[in-house]
Design a protein around this ligand. Structure first.
Ligand SMILES: Cc1ncc(COP(=O)(O)O)c(C=O)c1O
Length: 473
């Protein structure tokens, strides 16, 4: 493409994006297609000669779009949201065009300095104390991996990176079963090993880890010559929003001199509303935390805000400084690649800057407050609906429920609810996902799409009733 053609196609792509979003509610949230549909539509070999952009774009609309699941759809109630609000999409278009690598201050001074500025805005917006410093990682999984690597190095007196793990004492990490799988993966990748991830039992309506059981597990491990390295707590677990008592867990971490990381990947966005901050009270006692503006705050993927109390420990764990990356005469600058696992980094701060300015914190708060209020109203309505049980009450905008036709045993109920979830998703008007609560299948619902209205959220009740009563499951 020459410059003129690039401009034509860039404008056309942006216009297509706006039309796509405006028309989304007329489409099924998830395509009802068979695996292999797209694979079979692709030519088996790449073209030897250039193809016209017109043909490429036509195939995008013909082959790709009908096979997409629409995460920006107003009735996307599955998983967690992945909102990409228009101002953040505009910023991403600019970032794609500029296409800078933002690994060092000197490879993109504006990106580095905006990252420092905008993560501090976010820190203030979340009500976090000035003792935290932020960095934008690609994903919560990476932030949690960085935290686990830091706890490993700290527990080994900074010898793990140098000497490897063989011959080192066996480390232990503690978390409840409500934490995301990224915690287990971080424990694998860091070489600590899944067998050394100690699962602490949960209790109470918040499904919070039991601090006494945590302290007892640590004591038992010390007595057995393991070396406890750290604790990972969660605020808003993926399954049904399990939320640890951060004050109580932080007290154990402090007493045991352990590193505490908090995964608030989804729920963290809600902390811009002061009335929800009780969910992470005591957060100032954490050593690090992650929340994903790319989930509920409207920042185009990927954008995970990782806040640390002691950047030196993170940098000591991840910085590697070959001659070709040295920045001469700029000792005081931050080189964010030293805070991350990958070297190369996208310019993630721009979309947060556009987003926060275009909505203002009040605009973002009112979206989140609406989602929570609408989810609570829907949960109430489902609890009153004959044949439906609420399984877990709303944690912010996430709750779970089950359809309970008469005379089914527990196993048949599980199968029935899995089939019902599938039937709902094949129908396409809404999109939901399933989980297990205490071993039994439940259907999750979360409201979080920036495009959703109260009517979209409440429409789920009639759709559930239709599909469950029509016996399509
Ligand atoms: C609680 C929680 N933590 C971590 C993650 C992983 O997030 P990411 O995709 O940014 O790695 C998720 C994903 O949904 C999550 O729900």
């Amino acid at each position: 493409l020459d410059d003129t053609e690039f401009k034509t196609w860039a404008v056309r792509a942006a216009a297509w994006g706006a039309d796509y979003r405006a028309d989304l509610s007329n489409h099924p949230v998830r395509p009802n297609i068979d695996p292999g549909t797209v694979t079979n539509a692709l030519p088996p070999a790449p073209p030897e000669s250039p193809e016209p952009m017109e043909a490429i774009f036509a195939d995008f609309e013909r082959v790709i779009v009908p096979a997409m699941t629409h995460w920006q759809h107003p009735r996307f109630f599955a998983y967690f949201p992945a909102n990409a609000a228009p101002p953040s999409v505009v910023a991403e278009i600019l970032v794609s065009a500029v296409a800078a690598q933002c690994m060092l201050w000197q490879t993109s001074p504006a990106a580095t300095e905006l990252e420092g500025g905008v993560t501090d805005w976010l820190r203030q917006a979340l009500g976090l104390p000035g003792t935290f410093t932020g960095v934008l990682q690609d994903s919560a999984s990476t932030a949690t991996l960085a935290a686990v690597l830091t706890m490993r190095e700290r527990a080994l007196g900074w010898a793990g990176n140098r000497q490897g793990l063989s011959g080192q004492p066996r480390l232990r990490v503690y978390a409840s079963g409500e934490t995301h799988t990224s915690v287990e993966k971080a424990v694998w990748i860091s070489g600590i090993g899944a067998e050394n991830l100690v699962r602490i039992p949960v209790g109470g309506p918040r499904r919070a880890m039991d601090p006494a059981a945590l302290a007892a597990a640590i004591a038992a491990d010390r007595a057995a010559s393991y070396v406890p390295a750290g604790i990972i707590a969660c605020v808003g677990g993926t399954s049904v929003g399990g939320t640890d008592d951060i004050s109580a867990v932080a007290a154990v971490a402090r007493a045991e001199d352990l590193f505490l990381h908090v995964d608030a990947a989804w729920a963290g966005s809600a902390m811009i509303c002061p009335e929800f901050r009780h969910f992470w009270s005591g957060i100032e006692g954490a050593d690090s935390l992650v929340m994903n503006p790319h989930k509920w705050l409207g920042a185009q993927f990927e954008c995970a805000a990782h806040f640390v109390r002691d950047p030196e420990s993170l940098v000591r764990t991840l910085a590697i400084r070959p001659d070709y990356l040295k920045t001469q005469g700029q000792a005081a600058v931050i080189n964010y690649s030293e805070w991350s696992v990958p070297l190369g980094r996208r310019f993630r701060a721009l979309k947060l800057w556009f987003l926060i300015r275009a909505y203002g914190l009040e605009g973002l708060r009112s979206l989140i407050r609406n989602h929570v209020a609408w989810a609570e109203a829907l949960a109430d309505a489902i609890a009153r609906e004959p044949g439906f049980d609420l399984v877990t009450a709303p944690m912010l905008s996430l709750f779970s429920f089950r359809h309970r036709p008469p005379a089914l045993n527990e196993q048949d109920l599980d199968d029935h609810n899995l089939a019902l979830t599938d039937a709902i998703n094949r129908d396409g008007r809404i999109y939901l996902t399933q989980t297990r609560v205490d071993g039994r299948v439940a259907i999750r619902f979360q409201a979080g799409s920036f495009a959703a209205t109260e009517a979209d959220v409440m429409s789920a009740l009639g759709i559930l009733r239709d599909i469950a009563n029509a016996g399509q499951a």
